[in-house]
Write a protein that binds this ligand. Structure first.
Ligand SMILES: Cc1cc2nc3c(=O)[nH]c(=O)nc-3n(C[C@H](O)[C@H](O)[C@H](O)COP(=O)(O)OP(=O)(O)OC[C@H]3O[C@@H](n4cnc5c(N)ncnc54)[C@H](O)[C@@H]3O)c2cc1C
Ligand SMILES: NC(=O)c1ccc[n+]([C@@H]2O[C@H](COP(=O)([O-])OP(=O)(O)OC[C@H]3O[C@@H](n4cnc5c(N)ncnc54)[C@H](OP(=O)(O)O)[C@@H]3O)[C@@H](O)[C@H]2O)c1
Length: 445
């Protein structure tokens, strides 16, 4: 009940990433309907890709975590960790236990190239690589033994992050919160050549200028750009592509004496196949052009580059949540401005969606704030039109009765404190704990 004696509406948000936390903030900030919010996550740690995606050397953006952490200062918001939708709980159970459910699970898979050899060892997704260096407990350790040449496919900001982590010295990353085992692997890696492969021109690239500039100014890095990259670039470009093209031209013209590593940008090329016996040995590229409709097509001209690691960075992908209407083509929960709808467009009462699972895997953290605000506006309007419902004993008790122990905010605080203590002992602000066992042990309190 709130101070006016109104029964608070119980809201479950599934996913404690930026979009889920922004939705919770918007819910407790409004005063039309009293609410109590449980934020569920499959991990015992909140923040989603802010913790397990944003590059560890981008410390300033991590301060957004401070703002998002304030979500939990409100005593009407609870964190319910270690609860996976689809494994530990279901749509039906949540709809029975709460007035409203908001799905905020992001995009946990990645796109595939669909080319021969993609399954070979040494062919991975940037997502796996990012999860590893970010200390995600599900990540597989990455072994860079024998890798002298690595390629990143795609020219979005994730590709730039991955290329930069490979390009930097391990010493320069020692101030970050990367797990010790990751730093140890990065200290010993011997990658000399990093190739970034774009299927269109420099003016089409998705990366932002600040990120590109930072990569180009990595100390000791010599940059080359395929000579034909700058042919046919229109003169009337908008600000961002124009700045990107200038940065690429400048970097390619710069002479770096005794470079530590080399970065090669290949534009107008796409992967045609990966070749090798047990592992990737060769990346086969096909030259590309745009057809009359502006679509990328291959020219049939092939080039072969010796390569031991190929990281596809061609976008993340959401997966369907059991029982929740999913638009396979768009890769999102079917929705109209955040209200979940079925295949016929009929609104599903009490179900909403925010973030990457609502609109697809694009946009920076801030984008999720206005996106969540839109959903919450509809949610609150719908709640105002409905009578409050009485609830049973609640989800956490139901989970406990079948042996699922949800973790709490106190458990996350214990993990947080342990990471800070570990960092201090190593002369850093934080060192991430990447093992499930250790995380769960810290949840026992
Ligand atoms: C590699 C990378 C780097 C990025 N760097 C930046 C950056 O520097 N700056 C910036 O502004 N933006 C950056 N972004 C974009 C930003 O991270 C996203 O806009 C944002 O994280 C999307 O938020 P979300 O809440 O929709 O998804 P997510 O952040 O993915 O959060 C989803 C949450 O749901 C949980 N979850 C998933 N499935 C389930 C389930 N079945 N049950 C329960 N919980 C579940 C996950 O554990 C996770 O905590 C980056 C993105 C990537 C991929
Ligand atoms: N520092 C930051 O702010 C930061 C850091 C990381 C991520 N993010 C954000 O997170 C979001 C996701 O980033 P992202 O890099 O994963 O995605 P993205 O920006 O959508 O970039 C995907 C890249 O993959 C290419 N691509 C797609 N399919 C391909 C294929 N089959 N073959 C070859 N290339 C292909 C695309 O080329 P085409 O353009 O030709 O399709 C594009 O260059 C973005 O909004 C990004 O800005 C932000």
């Amino acid at each position: 009940m709130d101070s006016a004696g109104q029964l608070a509406r119980r809201i479950a948000i599934v996913g404690a990433g930026p979009s889920g936390l922004f939705a919770a903030q918007a819910l407790v900030a409004q005063s039309d309907v009293p609410v109590e919010v449980d934020i569920l996550d499959r991990l015992p740690t909140p923040y989603g890709l802010l913790r397990y995606g944003v590059a560890p050397d981008h410390t300033s953006i991590k301060s957004v975590a401070t703002a998002l952490a304030r979500t939990f200062d409100n005593d009407r918001v609870a964190f319910v960790g270690n609860v996976e939708f689809g494994r530990d709980t279901t749509r039906e159970e949540l709809l029975a236990a709460y007035d409203t459910v908001v799905y905020a699970v992001g995009a946990s898979e990645d796109m595939h190239l669909g080319i021969a050899g993609e399954h070979l060892a040494g062919s991975r997704s940037a997502r796996e690589f990012v999860s590893w260096y970010s200390g995600h407990p599900d990540a597989k350790a990455q072994d860079l033994t024998g890798v002298r040449a690595a390629a990143v496919i795609g020219v979005g900001n994730v590709a730039v992050d991955v290329a930069r982590i490979l390009a930097k010295t391990a010493e320069s990353l020692e101030v970050t919160d990367m797990p010790e085992a990751v730093l140890a692997e990065l200290r010993r890696h011997e990658v000399d050549d990093i190739h970034v492969i774009a299927r269109r021109g420099p003016h089409h690239a998705a990366f932002t200028t600040v990120e590109l500039r930072e990569l180009m100014h990595t100390p000791g890095l010599a940059v080359t750009v395929t000579p034909d990259a700058f042919d046919g670039i229109p003169a009337d470009l908008e600000r961002r592509p124009r700045a990107n093209v200038e940065i690429l031209r400048d970097a390619a013209a710069r002479v770096v004496d005794n470079p530590r590593r080399r970065l090669h940008f290949s534009f107008w090329r796409r992967p045609a196949a990966l070749e090798g016996i047990d592992a990737v040995e060769t990346l086969v590229l096909e030259r590309t052009r745009l057809d009359d409709a502006g679509k990328v097509v291959g020219t049939g001209e092939l080039e072969r580059l010796p390569m031991q690691l190929v990281l596809r960075s061609i976008g993340y992908r959401s997966i369907a949540l059991p029982g929740v209407p999913f638009d396979e083509r768009a890769g999102v929960v079917s929705n109209v401005e955040g209200r979940v709808v079925d295949a016929d467009g009929v609104v599903q009462p009490g179900e909403y969606v925010v973030g990457w699972i609502k609109r697809g895997p694009s946009g920076v953290i801030g984008t999720n704030k206005s996106d969540a605000a839109q959903t919450v506006r509809h949610l609150v309007a719908d709640l105002l039109a409905e009578r409050p419902r009485a609830h049973g004993t609640g989800l956490v008790a139901a989970l406990a009765s079948r042996g699922v122990r949800a973790s709490t905010l106190a458990d996350w605080r214990a993990i947080d404190a342990a990471e800070i203590a570990r960092g201090e002992s190593l002369g850093r602000a934080r060192a991430k704990i990447e093992s499930w066992d250790e995380l769960l042990q810290l949840c026992q309190g």
